[in-house]
Design a protein around this ligand. Structure first.
Ligand SMILES: C[S@@+](CC[C@H](N)C(=O)[O-])C[C@H]1O[C@@H](n2cnc3c(N)ncnc32)[C@H](O)[C@@H]1O
Length: 266
């Protein structure tokens, strides 16, 4: 993907986006090692006043340029200082949570247009980032939601984004659950999580386990990243819907033009 905190190249895919060095994100698999200095881990509080102030100061509230104008998000946009700043001035690890990725956009659009898919269901949003897909699931009537992301700052961003959309804070877990036995969920959703080969392999095994242990339905949103289209998971997917991406999302994602929701059927 490519964030571009002004310094460009911010993503694990061929995108250039906001600029905090997504070069690192690309090679490391999206901060598989979250930030040592971060005080909150696990399911702790996501209301640290200093971090809240930092996020509020360095993001813009927007609902423009995505597939889901009904969801407001705090994102890194060209109106933010760090969009234009040098990457090494960003004081934290790569802010994947500050981008609304095309895979998540497609999933969220699909859940908002098809509330029956989630109504009354338990939903895990794996790699939740800004939390938009978890928020879409909540808006569509999911009974229980967990937003999981290994980046604790994503936890804070998700909490702020819930507030923006007049929702109570969603439960958040910042533990890496891919090494654990999956809990029982009716539905697992993953937006733009296949951007690194090792991560893709780990997800594939974990998702198979989820499906075979609990018969969990798995929906994957992806705009055609090579780590996804070249993965053996391709033989076990059914296309649900493909969306044409809005122009601003195309611009920020190096020419990707569509994003697809896939049903994983191992
Ligand atoms: C490309 S972003 C996608 C965010 C969001 N789903 C979207 O589509 O906008 C990938 C997210 O996955 C998170 N992530 C990476 N590895 C993870 C893991 N093993 N478990 C949970 N989250 C992970 C990253 O911190 C990042 O926020």
């Amino acid at each position: 993907m490519a964030l571009s905190l002004g310094w460009r190249v911010f993503a694990p895919f061929p995108m250039s986006h906001c600029g905090v060095s997504l070069k690192a994100m690309r090679s490391s698999g999206l901060a598989l090692s979250p930030w040592g200095r971060c005080p909150w881990r696990g399911t702790g509080s996501f209301s640290d006043p200093e971090m809240k102030a930092f996020l509020e100061e360095n993001t813009e509230v927007t609902n423009r340029g995505s597939l889901t104008p009904e969801i407001q998000l705090r994102l890194l946009t060209p109106r933010c200082k760090f969009w234009w700043e040098r990457a090494d001035l960003w004081p934290h690890s790569n802010p994947y949570w500050a981008i609304y990725w095309p895979g998540g956009q497609a999933l969220s659009r699909y859940l908002l247009d098809n509330p029956d898919v989630v109504r009354g269901k338990s939903v895990l949003d794996l790699g939740s980032g800004c939390g938009a897909t978890a928020i879409a699931a909540k808006m569509s009537g999911a009974s229980r939601i967990l937003a999981n992301d290994i980046d604790p700052i994503a936890g804070m961003a998700i909490t702020l984004n819930c507030e923006l959309n007049q929702l109570n804070p969603l439960p958040i877990l910042t533990k890496n659950i891919l090494d654990l036995e999956p809990d029982k969920w009716d539905l697992v959703v993953l937006g733009d999580m296949f951007y690194d080969e090792d991560l893709a392999d780990g997800l594939y095994q974990w998702l198979k386990n989820c499906f075979w242990t609990h018969r969990t339905r798995v929906l994957i949103g992806d705009p055609g990243r090579p780590q996804f289209s070249g993965h053996s998971i391709q033989h076990q997917l059914r296309k649900v819907v493909e969306y044409s991406l809005p122009e601003p999302t195309r611009r920020e994602n190096n020419g990707l033009t569509t994003s697809t929701v896939w049903d994983f059927q191992p």
